[in-house]
Structure formats: C-alpha cells, structure tokens
Design a protein around this ligand. Structure first.
Ligand code: ATP
Ligand code: MG
Length: 570
C-alpha cells in the first residue's frame, strides 16, 4: 500500500492524558483517536493491526471447531430479566428504551442471547457438542475507563459459547479452547500466562484467565516457583501458617496512641513491626443492617473478592460508614479492635496465628498491646481473607509464590447449567427425555490485546510489533525521490516487485525528509525497513534495517525478495 492510501497520523508530542505506554504510542503512532471517555476511533493504520489480531483469533476458533455467527449488540431487557442479571449487573450495563418505551441494553456480553438461540435452534443430542463465536463490539459503562483501549467502554471482543449434554463433553471443549487460546497468544508473539480465576458475576465454577505479563497490568497474579500453579490474586488461597501460635507471654495493657490511626503510625509510635499489629475493618453484613468485623495482620491486604464470598458478608463488599463504625464499636475508624466487640468477627488465618499483638481498643486515641486469642478474647473464627504475598507457600504444596502483574486478555469459564436452566435451553437426549444443556463461555479482548502487545513490544523510539500483528511487514522508503526520476522509477518497480511477491508492504512515498520518515516508521513499528537511495541504486544495492534489534545491512536489489523472505520466516 502507498502512504497516500493509508493515513499516517503520527504525533511528535506525547498526549498529556495518556498514562501508560501503549496508550501513548497508540495515539502517537496514529493508530487510534479518542472520541469521548472510553470511546475510540480506529484509524486506518490501527485498524490493520486490529484486523490481524481478529484474523488470528478467527483462524484458531475455526480450527477448534467453533462456528462464527453475529448477534445484535442491542439486547431486549426481558432476556436479562429471565436470568436475573437485569438487576444484578448494575450501572455497567448501558440501558436504553426504544420509541415504544421497551427496555433494551447494549450488550456487555452475550450469554442470554446465545442461550435463547440455542434453546430454540438445537433440538437433538445428535447436534451436540456445538460451539458458536462472534467477534463484535461490546459496551460496558466502566466506572473508570482508562489506559485507552485497555479499559475502554466500547471495545471489540471475541466471545464464544459451547453447549453440551454432560460435564465430560464440556471439559473436552474447555480444554480445546484452552489450547486454542494458547495458540492465539503464541502466534501474536506475547509473553502470557494462563491462571486460575474467579468466576465473578457471570457465575459457574471452573475458570482460567490468560494474562499478558506487563508491569502496567491492572491484575496481580500469583504463581509457584516450583510447580505449574498460577492464579489471579483474587483467587489464590492464602494457606494457614504451618507453625503453632506462639504462647501468650505478656499481659494485655492499654497504651496511649494519640492521633495515631494508621498501622504505620501506630507501629512507628510503639516501635513494633506491622505483622505484630492487627487491623480490624467493619463491613456490611449480608443480613439487612448487620455489621461484620474482619481482622487481618497489619502487613497484609484485605482480599475483597474472597471476603464477599463469605455468607455473613454482603456482596459486593461494602465498608461501613463512619457513623456505622461509631455505633458498632463506639470509636472511630482508626481505633477499631476485636476485643469486646459484640458483632460477628472473622479473622484471617494468619492474624489468628499471632500472639501478644497490638490492636485497636474501641476507644479513640488508645490501643491494646499484649493481646492474645483465647485469653483476652475468644478463639477466633478463621477465614481466608487476605491477598497472598510473595514468599507465601503455594496452595498446591509445591514451592512458594511469586507475584507478577498481568493484563487479562482472555477468560474462559465453565458455566454449567446456570443460564440454560433459567432460559430453558434443553434438547432431547438419547433416552428421549428432555435434558438441560451445560455451557461454557470463552472471551478474548481483541482490542485490549492490541494495547497489551504494545506494553510488551516497544522501545524508546516507538512500537516494535511482532510480525504477526504489525500493520505492515515491510516498509520501503525512497530517499530524496523528488530529485530523481530514475530513483522514483526504481522505487516504484521495487515496490511492485515486492507486492507481486506477496509482501505486506507500505511504500512511504510521502517525500518527507529521511529523518522524519524514519522516525515515523520507527514509531509505527514496521518490523523490516528497506531504504533506496541514489548511491545504492548506482551500486545496485538496497539498505535494510531491522526495527526490533536496529541491525543494518545492505544487499543487492536483485536479491531483495529472497533476503526479505529469509527475515520474515525467522
Ligand atoms: P476486567 O476484569 O478487566 O474488567 P472482565 O473480567 O470483566 O475484565 P470478561 O467479562 O472476562 O472481562 O470479558 C472478556 C475479555 O474482554 C476480558 O478478558 C478482556 O480481555 C476484555 N475486556 C473486558 N472489559 C474490557 C474493557 N473495558 N476494555 C477492553 N477490553 C475489555
Ligand atoms: Mg474476566
């Protein structure tokens, strides 16, 4: 393609509102433009990348036996009411009304639509298992759209859904999808990791996320240094400490801690380490108006996803207001402690193993020290309430955990019969009886994966695309062609020759100064660059530069096809 046929919209300056590198580079390289919060236009150069990502996903879905279809992005409320998600989904669901006052939503996902469709169209067990997918625009009214395409409101997703008679068949397709996802991300040249995941609001039991490893990732993932164990930190179990709780050696005493509220302030003041201080957080209980106290070690973080799964606790997890705190414990937030509390108390396994600890006293400006479970307050009811940290034992018993940051680019779930029950999706089984279908669902954030790729593939000059996703494989830049008819003709001929040979090539015939053209191409990140100048032409040579490693070389123009092929197959 000639540069006159594809808008080159590079920017010199880094846009001020773009925080992470992929967002900055997508804007600077002229791949996307922001329309409004979380809404982006894909410019021609960016769309070429997006289409390549889509094509890889489509090929792998097809070869895994999934059938492509396309569902409407607008969905009727009734379907969502049947599954209960109309009320459960909350403000992320963009709701609209048509001219007749009928309610709809813009689909954030398509379980309802596909389950209804399969319930109507698939009649017999003989048609099973069956898997459908689509690549389509989703809308989620994210509370904080950010990082450009990474967490947009409108984004492109591949969503697939499989239907089965039994768990065995579901597991087989799930495994095939797992393998297909691994191939997709491998082909894209990504350093990724599948991890066990929480099933969130979609429900079901078994689930894996695929994460692209990047320091800017919003998720933390925990993995064992000795086994295959890897899980989203939301899910990773914090095992109970292996040793016995130490003995009580000191008496409980009240200590004055004026104006010391945070764990750090209290620890510094009392000269103790945070692991010796317990923090108490009050959250809403599942029973209307009830309050529950959660106790964790001062050096640990509450895991909200784990906490809200406890039946005593309201989901989503909601912290008590300062007024509720005062009513429940008689003091303000920085002074809460478990001694003498009359509300239910859940204690993290690690916190339950601490002796002679410091905690709030439920009196402002004072803490207790030397506190011991089973002496100063009852033996605690324990739960897994905290995030694992590096060095914790791996839940599978092999090795210890390390923590890395990840970007979730794919998510697969076994949904069981959650949706098919509610939407009455059944088929006639071999026995002649009607049977409810089992279901799996499988998503890839196609637009997010483009951004995630840039997080992993860039340098100080711009994007360094893996070949499979680059907008073009090769760019041809003629130098000072406006001054020489001979050079223009030679460049045209070379371009035509490379097109005919099947290369995906950009001919940068804009006539920019060489420095400007090279900077643009480095920013856009085309993997292979050919430079044709007057001197080279005299010698029958073309210059070559590899974007990723910066290596430069020269080869005879007559060998160009062969030389490029060599480089493209590595
Ligand atoms: P997240 O935890 O990042 O909010 P999710 O778990 O809600 O994502 P899923 O429902 O699993 O997302 O959707 C499937 C895939 O769609 C995700 O794995 C992710 O790659 C992509 N995705 C989800 N939300 C967004 C978004 N706001 N912008 C871009 N891609 C998204
Ligand atoms: Mg997810």
């Amino acid at each position: 393609m000639r540069s006159s046929q594809v808008l080159i919209a590079t920017l010199k300056e880094t846009p001020a509102d773009a925080e992470i590198i992929s967002h900055q580079l997508m804007l600077r390289a002229g791949l996307v433009r922001r329309l409004a919060s979380g809404l982006y236009t894909w410019l021609p150069m960016g769309l070429k990348v997006l289409r390549k990502a889509e094509a890889i996903v489509r090929e792998e879905m097809d070869s895994a036996g999934a059938q492509e279809l396309l569902m409407p992005s607008i969905q009727p409320a009734e379907l969502w009411q049947k599954t209960g998600r109309w009320s459960k989904y909350g403000p992320e669901l963009l709701r609209l009304k048509d001219r007749h006052g009928r309610e709809f939503c813009y689909g954030p996902t398509h379980e309802e639509v596909i389950t209804e469709l399969v319930g109507q169209e698939v009649r017999s067990y003989k048609q099973l298992p069956i898997t459908f997918y689509q690549i389509q625009t989703k809308f989620r009214d994210e509370i904080r759209p950010r990082f450009g395409l990474m967490r947009a409101r409108e984004f492109l997703m591949k969503d697939a859904y499989s239907f089965h008679l039994d768990q065995k068949s579901l597991q087989k397709t799930y495994d095939a999808m797992f393998a297909a996802y691994s191939r997709v991300f491998e082909r894209m040249g990504l350093d990724f990791r599948p991890v066990q995941a929480d099933t969130g609001s979609i429900g079901g039991n078994t689930s894996h996320e695929f994460h692209v490893l990047a320091s800017s990732g919003e998720d933390a993932i925990a993995f064992s240094n000795q086994s295959q164990y890897a899980a989203n930190i939301e899910l990773a179990e914090a095992l109970a400490p292996s040793g016995e709780r130490p003995h009580a050696v000191v008496n409980m005493t009240m200590v004055y801690t004026p104006k010391k509220h945070t764990i750090d302030e209290v620890c510094e003041y009392l000269d103790i380490i945070p692991a010796q201080c317990l923090k108490t957080l009050l959250v809403q209980g599942s029973e209307e108006g009830s309050v529950v106290a959660l106790v964790i070690r001062g050096d640990h973080e509450l895991n909200e996803v784990k906490a809200e799964k406890n039946t005593l606790i309201a989901a989503p997890l909601t912290f008590c207001t300062p007024e509720q705190v005062t009513v429940a414990c008689g003091a303000s937030i920085g002074s809460i402690g478990p001694v003498g509390l009359t509300i239910p108390i859940l204690v993290d396994r690690a916190a339950a193993n601490v002796a002679n600890f410091v905690c709030g006293s439920n009196q402002n400006g004072q803490h207790f020290s030397g506190v011991n479970w089973a002496r100063d307050l009852p033996e605690p009811e324990t739960a897994d309430l905290r995030n694992v940290i590096a060095g914790d034992p791996s839940p599978d018993g092999e090795g210890s955990l390390e923590i890395a940051r990840g970007i979730e680019v794919g998510h697969i779930f076994q949904l069981g019969d959650n949706y098919s029950q509610k939407l009455n999706a059944n088929v006639l089984a071999e026995s002649g009886k009607s049977q409810i279908l089992k279901m799996g669902c499988y998503g890839i954030g196609v637009s997010r994966v483009v951004a995630a790729t840039i997080e992993q593939h860039h340098d100080e000059r711009g994007i360094t695309w893996p070949l499979a996703l680059a907008p073009f494989q090769v760019v041809l830049v003629p130098i000072n062609a406006h001054k020489s008819i001979r050079l223009r003709e030679a460049a045209d001929a070379l371009y035509q020759q490379l097109l005919d040979a099947g290369f995906d090539i950009l001919f940068d015939d804009r006539g920019q100064r060489p420095g400007v053209a090279f900077a643009d191409m480095d920013l856009i990140g085309i993997p292979h660059r050919l430079i044709l100048g007057e001197r080279g032409l005299d010698n029958g040579m073309v210059e070559y530069k590899c974007r990723a490693d910066g290596n430069e070389s020269e080869f005879p123009i007559v060998d160009v096809v062969e030389e490029l092929r060599k480089r493209l197959t590595i």
